[in-house]
Write a protein that binds this ligand. Structure first.
Ligand code: SAH
Length: 299
């Protein structure tokens, strides 16, 4: 089968996510913390013949319009909220829901966000350095690259970008070029820090890791995952499931740690090791490449 690079989001590890989230249930109430384009939500609704009720959250208002279209056939079985999953309790309270059968988190960026113009997520477009998923956040990518200390930038690129060899050079290059205004400025700063022979040795574009690192910092992604995962077990019915799909070893590490901390008291871990997508899926969907899925059950 040939690769497809269509601009629509392809949901990642759908089969595995449903297997663990539903655990054989044919109905139930679920929270999709990262509704995105509604792909996983639609799959849950299809698998349960519309009998599931789903609360979908997403910080990105634009992406929710697309979800609304994709879920047209299931009106009445779901509700979408333009809110961070960090605030999931607010929505449950408003909806009068005490406990649910499952939480799904598919963290990271949707293809829609990566490709959509004006958001500054991609080094392929020349745009202002924004990178906020939630436009009410205060700090933009421009503020991070222009305002943080060099050592702090180096740490972020090293840790969040997994950019082990060149993090300090990249930070120095960024600082020497200040102020940076656009994604192209950031792309060029990274380029100047990585020797030509190294740039094209990599599987991914040389700027990918730095862009990812700055995005994680702007959106406080790791803190959000940590604080949310810790609170979720309190809102799961006995036997209820939590499934997290992540795309970064630090995110997966957080899920692993929180599940461990809560095992024996609140959670039973269902995936000793994280599940990975099949080769077929990776072939079809590049975004799946680095996906890892972990699941746990409320005891
Ligand atoms: N599962 C979806 C795709 C999700 S992509 C599908 O199958 O269609 C990841 C989504 O998480 C993005 O739309 C992004 O806006 C959202 N997101 C990122 N951080 C978030 C947060 N803190 N709260 C809610 N949504 C968030």
């Amino acid at each position: 089968m040939s690769r497809q690079y269509d601009e629509h989001h392809r949901s990642v590890m759908v089969h595995e996510a449903l297997l663990y989230l539903l655990g054989g249930r044919v109905d139930g109430t679920y929270v999709d913390c990262t509704a995105g384009e509604g792909g996983h939500m639609k799959a849950i609704l299809e698998a349960t013949n519309g009998r599931a009720r789903i609360i979908g959250l997403d910080v990105d208002r634009e992406v929710l319009d697309i979800a609304e279209q994709n879920l047209e056939d299931y009106r009445g079985s779901y509700e979408l909220f333009n809110l961070s999953y960090v605030d999931f309790e607010i929505v449950l309270k408003q909806a009068g829901i005490d406990k649910v059968d499952g939480f799904l988190l598919d963290v990271g960026l949707s293809t829609f966000q990566l490709k959509s113009k004006g958001r500054g997520f991609s080094y392929e477009l020349d745009e202002p350095l924004d990178m906020r998923m939630n436009l009410s956040l205060k700090t933009t990518a421009a503020e991070v690259v222009n305002g943080y200390k060099e050592s702090e930038l180096a740490r972020i690129v090293f840790e969040y970008g997994d950019e082990k060899r060149f993090a300090r050079k990249i930070a120095r290059s960024i600082v020497s070029r200040r102020p940076l205004y656009t994604t192209k400025d950031l792309h060029d700063a990274v380029k100047a820090a990585i020797p030509p022979a190294e740039r094209y040795k990599r599987k991914r574009h040389f700027a990918t890791r730095t862009f990812q690192a700055i995005r994680i910092e702007v959106n406080q992604e790791l803190e959000n995952i940590d604080s949310t995962l810790k609170r979720i077990p309190g809102f799961l019915k006995q036997g209820g499931r939590i499934v997290i799909i992540s795309f970064h070893s630090l995110e997966d590490g957080i899920a692993k740690r929180v599940f461990r901390e809560k095992s024996n008291s609140e959670l039973k871990i269902l995936t000793k090791k994280p599940l990975r997508p099949s080769e077929e899926e990776v072939e079809l969907n590049l975004r799946a490449r680095s996906a890892r899925l972990r699941a746990a059950e409320r005891i």
